[in-house]
Write a new protein. Sequence first.
Lengths: 293, 237
Amino acid sequence: MSKLSEKLRSKEFVVTGEVGPPKGVNIEELLEDAKRLLKDTVVAVNVTDNQSAVMRIGSMAICHLLKQNGMEPVFQMVTRDRNQIALQSDLLSAWVLGIENVLCLTGDHNTLGDHQQSKVVYDLDSVQLLKAVTGLNEGHDMAGNELEGSPQFFQGAVVTPEYDPVELQIIKMKKKIDAGAQFFQTQAVYDVKTFESFMNKVEKFNVPILAGIVVLKSAGMAKYMNQYVAGVFVPDDLIKEMADTEKNDRKNKAIEIAARIIRELKPTCQGVHIMPLGWDNTVPEIIKQADLA
Amino acid sequence: MHATIQKPLTEILSFLKKGEKVFVVGCSNCAAKCHSGGEEETKFMAERLKGQSVEVTGWAAPPDGGSLCKLSIAEKMLNEDHKDAAQKADSFLILSCGQGIHTIIDATGGAPVHPGCDTIFGGETVRDDYITEYCSLCGECIVEITGGLCPLTLCPKGLLNGPCGGSKDGKCEVDSDQDCGWQLIYERLKELGKVERMYQYTEPKNHGTWSKPRSLEVGLKKSAFKSLAGLRTIEQE
C-alpha cells in the first residue's frame, strides 16, 4: 500500500509535490533537485504527463527513477495521447515498475502544446480512465478479460474549485468518485473563502482533497493566470502584495504567501499539493513556514 | 450537407501535367450551396484554367440541383450529355466533396481524377451563408441523454462525462470564441428540466461504428449498415 494512501486513510495532513519531466534526456538536475528538495519534505511527488501538451520524457520513466531514488511517485496520466490499449498497458507497466499511485486526467488539448497537428486521441475521458483503473485493480481489463495478476493502484483525480459554474465540477467529481477516485488534488487555490465554500459543498463525498498550491512568482504571472488559465483566480490584494515587492525579494514573498494560504486552508482540507513551477527550491521553506515541517 | 471549400488555383495547377486535357465537374447540391462547385463556379474554374493555358475539354454540373455523388446522375452527365468532351479528357477535376470524386472514378470506369475542393465537415445550414457542424457521423447517436447536443462534436476532446477543467467564462480552452460544449449541454438540460442526466455515466464510445470504410444497403423493408462493429440490420415495420 502506498504511503500516500496510508497517510490519507489515517487522516494525516499530507503534502505532495510535483516535478515536470524535461524535453530531452538530461535528467540529472531534475533528480538532484527532487532528492535535495522533495525527498524529505513531501509524502509523494506527482510527475506530469507531457504537461501543457508539450512533448517531453514520459511520466512513467521519471516516476520509476524517483522510486529508485527513494521517493514515492504519483503517476499522472492524461487520456489525450493514448487509446484504451495503451493506457491500460502503461498502467500495468507502471505497476510492475513499483508505481502505486496514479492520477487520472483529461489533459490539455493538443492545440495548446507544441505538436498542434498531432492526432487528438481522447479514446477515454478521465471518468472512464478511473473506471479502467478500478477494473484493473479488480483483475480485469476494459474488455472484461481476466488479468494474470492485478495491480492495486491508489487512484486520484483532479477538480477545479474556482470553476464557473462550480456545479459542473461537482457533478463530474461525483462521477469520478463513483468511478473509483480515492483522492483529489485541486487546481490552484488562492482565494481561501471560495475554497471553503467549495469544500462545504463536497464535504458529503467524504473523500480526501489536497488543495493545489501554485507558487505565485510575480504580479504578472497572477494577471496572466487570471486572464488565461481556466479555474484560477488570484485576488487583487495578492496581486498588489506581489507587485509591491522588490524583484530580488519576490521569492521570499512567494514563500510567505504560499505558506500563509496553506495555514489558512489547513483546517478545511486533508492536505496540499504544491506546484512550484520551476521554483522547486521554495518547497522546503514553504513547508517550514506553513508549520508543516 | 457536406461542406466544401475550393482549393487555391495554384494547388490545382500543380496537379496538372503539361499538356494534360481536363474536364471540370461540379455538383449542384452541397458544393453549389457552398459556392465551391456549383454550375457557376464550375464554369468559372474552366475559364480560369483556360486562362492559365490549360486545355479544358469541357465542364458540367448535374442539372436540377442534382448531387454529383449519385452514380446514375454522374454517369448520365459524363457518358451521355457531355460524352464527347468527357471522352477527350485525360483527367477530371472535381469541384465537390470526396464522395463526388469517387463517384466520377466509378462513372468513368477508373479515369484519373483531381480534387478541386477540400471536404471540411458535415453540417447544418443555419443560414444560406453559414454552415456549422453538429454531428460527427459516428454511427451510433448518443444525444438522447444530452438534450440533442452531441458532446463528441461540440467538445474538441469529445468528452462524454462532462467538461474538462479548461473552459473559462463558458468558452473552450481550444478557442476562446467557441462555447464549451458541455456548458451548452448543461444549460440545455437545465432548460429541459433534465439536469440530473449530467450525473449519468456514459461508457467509452464504440469506435466500431465509426470505422472506415462503412456502407449501407438500403431497402424499403430492410436495410443493413456494415462497419467494423459488425452488420446491423434494420427492418421497417
